[in-house]
Design a protein around this ligand. Structure first.
Ligand SMILES: NC(=O)c1ccc[n+]([C@@H]2O[C@H](COP(=O)([O-])OP(=O)(O)OC[C@H]3O[C@@H](n4cnc5c(N)ncnc54)[C@H](OP(=O)(O)O)[C@@H]3O)[C@@H](O)[C@H]2O)c1
Length: 334
C-alpha cells in the first residue's frame, strides 16, 4: 500500500513509500482510508516543531475516514463496509484523560492516517454520520472534537451565552458552527474581512478584524456592555492569552487550546481578580466524539472544507495550511 512517512523534518522531506498492508489482529479492524484532513498539529509535526524527538519513520495526520475492509475474528462491533473514523487518542475512550491515554495519539505516538490502510483496535473507531462524505468525516476527529469538548464537556455552554472565537481555522469554525446551532451569541476575530463575511454567513453575530483592531479585547468588551464573554475558544496561545483573559467575563471560561500566535507575556493577575477558569483542552475522548456526532446529525451540520487535495498533492496541502489563507478545513483524498 502507499503511505507517506516523516523520516526527516520539513515539508519537502515527506516521503511517499510502499509498505505492507497491515493485517488485523483478532481484536482489530482493517480500515481502507478514503480521506484525511490536516490540523495545525500535523504541520508542526512534519516541520519538527511539535516534538523535535519524534520517533521516525512516522505516518503523519491524526484525522482520517474510511471503510472497514476486514475484521479480526474477535471483533464484534464492526462489519465489512462500515464507515468509520479512528479516534485521535486510541486509548481515550471515556472518562478523564491521563498520561497513558494521552500517549496513544495518531500521527504522533502512533502512525496516522496518511496511508491507504490502517489496522485499529475495534474500540478505537467511531461510526461516520450517514449524511457526511468521507472527505467531510475526515475533518472531525481532532478539530471538531476539540471544539465540542471546549464548549460542551469542559464547558457547559448555554443558549444565552456569548462565545469568542479566534481566527477562522479548523477548531474555530467548528466552534462557531456548534455555538451557533446551540443559539449562543458568537463573536469571531480574523485577519481578513473576507473571511469575516464568510463567518457571518455561517452564523457569526459580531465580527472583529484583529489586524485592524489590535486591541480586539477592548472591542469585545464594547460589544458586551463591558461585561466580557462567557467563553473564549483560545487558539492563539502566548500571543493572545492576555487579551483573551481581558475579554472574558468575571467567572468566565477560557478554553486553552492552541499556540498559533507565537510568543507573548502573561500576567495572571486578571485570572485571580476575575476568577477566570483557564481550562486546558487536549482534543477529547471517543465518548465526546460520539456525543458530538449526535449533535452533528441532529442539526445536519456540514463541516466547512476550504479545499480538497489529491493524495499526490500533500505537500501543497501542508503549504496551504502554512500560509494561513484557508477557512475551515483542508482535506486530502486517499
Ligand atoms: N489542544 C488541542 O487539543 C488542540 C486541538 C486542535 C488544535 N489545537 C491547536 O489549536 C490551534 C488551531 O488549530 P487549527 O488546526 O484550527 O489551526 P488552523 O486551521 O491552521 O487555523 C489557522 C487560522 O488561525 C487564525 N490565526 C492565526 N494566528 C492568529 C492569531 N494571532 N489570532 C487569531 N487567529 C489567528 C488564522 O485565521 P484568520 O486568517 O481568520 O485570522 C489562521 O488562518 C493550533 O495551535 C493547534 O495546534 C489544539
Amino acid at each position: 500500500m502507499k503511505a507517506y512517512e516523516i523520516n526527516e523534518f520539513g515539508i519537502e522531506n515527506l516521503t511517499l513509500i510502499e509498505r505492507d498492508e497491515p493485517k488485523p489482529q483478532a481484536n482489530e479492524v482493517l480500515v481502507k482510508f478514503h480521506a484525511a484532513s490536516l490540523n495545525y498539529r500535523d504541520l508542526m509535526m512534519v516541520k519538527g516543531f511539535y516534538n523535535p524527538k519524534l520517533k521516525t519513520p512516522l505516518v503523519p495526520l491524526s484525522d482520517g475516514a474510511g471503510e472497514v475492509t476486514s475484521v479480526g475474528e474477535a471483533v464484534t462491533k464492526w462489519k465489512i463496509g462500515d464507515r468509520v473514523c479512528p479516534i485521535f487518542m486510541q486509548g481515550w475512550l471515556d472518562g478523564e484523560i491521563d498520561f497513558s491515554k494521552a500517549r496513544t495519539a495518531l500521527g504522533g505516538d502512533l502512525d496516522g492516517c496518511l496511508r491507504e490502510f490502517g489496522a485499529f483496535d475495534e474500540n478505537g473507531l467511531v461510526r461516520i454520520p450517514d449524511f457526511l462524505s468521507f472527505e467531510e468525516a475526515a475533518t472531525l476527529p481532532c478539530a471538531a472534537v476539540t471544539a465540542y469538548n471546549a464548549l460542551f464537556c469542559s464547558g457547559s455552554l448555554k443558549s444565552d451565552d456569548t462565545v469568542l472565537l479566534q481566527g477562522t481555522g479548523g477548531v474555530s469554525i467548528f466552534a462557531l458552527q456548534f455555538a451557533s446551532v446551540y443559539g449562543a451569541r458568537t463573536i469571531i476575530t480574523s485577519s481578513s474581512d473576507e473571511k469575516l463575511n464568510r463567518a457571518k454567513e455561517l452564523g457569526a453575530d459580531d465580527l472583529i478584524n484583529y489586524k485592524e483592531r489590535e486591541d480586539w479585547d477592548k472591542a469585545v468588551l464594547d460589544l458586551t456592555s463591558k461585561n466580557g464573554v462567557d467563553y473564549v475558544v483560545e487558539v492563539g496561545g502566548a500571543g493572545t492569552l492576555q487579551r483573551s483573559v481581558n475579554a472574558v467575563k468575571m467567572g468566565g471560561q477560557v478554553a486553552v487550546i492552541g499556540v498559533l500566535a507565537g510568543k507573548g507575556d502573561f500576567n495572571p493577575t486578571a485570572v485571580l481578580m476575575k476568577a477566570v477558569k483557564l481550562h486546558g483542552i487536549f482534543v477529547g475522548s471517543r465518548q465526546m466524539f460520539e456525543q458530538m456526532n449526535l449533535m452533528i446529525c441532529q442539526h445536519t451540520l456540514k463541516p466547512v472544507i476550504d479545499k480538497v487535495y489529491e493524495f499526490g498533492e500533500v505537500k501543497d496541502a501542508l503549504k496551504h495550511m502554512e500560509s494561513g489563507s484557508h477557512f475551515g478545513k483542508i482535506v486530502v483524498k486517499i
